[in-house]
Design a protein around this ligand. Structure first.
Ligand code: ZN
Ligand code: ZN
Length: 132
């Protein structure tokens, strides 16, 4: 699968049952539908974050879904009362695109960085960045 931003082939990072496509050029990340839920786990905190998705109107350039190549929608993510990140979501719900650092910021702001899976993901990314 190629990066929707720079069109380079992405690396696949595996974390238990979750496969994350990662672009080493722009550090963006693609999560297939349902993978964010798997990463966050089932708890009230995860539900708050998943329910925070709101369609956004913005002039930011649209990106194409790496699966169906349709223009993705811009979506605000972030628990109420905190600053939000603008991410891209496939209109057919194939998945979510996070620009470099966006997923990390979302997880840190929502205090998921003490969740084991999230910690390992962030650790893997750090390791990957160092190797490249
Ligand atoms: Zn890229
Ligand atoms: Zn799609």
């Amino acid at each position: 699968m190629n990066c929707p931003t720079c069109r380079q082939p992405m690396l696949v990072l595996e974390l238990e049952e979750i496969e994350i496509d990662y672009c080493s050029a722009c550090r963006g990340m693609w999560l297939d539908a349902g993978e964010l839920e798997l990463l966050l786990g089932e708890n009230a905190q995860a539900l708050d974050l998943l329910r925070s998705f709101r369609a956004a109107e913005t002039g930011e350039q649209k990106r194409k879904c790496p699966i169906c190549l349709k223009n993705m929608d811009k979506v605000h993510v972030g628990v109420p009362g905190q600053s939000q990140e603008l991410i891209d979501r496939c209109p057919k719900y194939h998945g979510l695109w996070f620009d470099g650092g966006e997923l990390q910021r979302i997880l840190q702001k929502a205090h998921f960085d003490d969740n084991d899976k999230v910690k390992r993901l962030l650790g893997d990314l750090f390791f990957t960045n160092k190797v490249i």
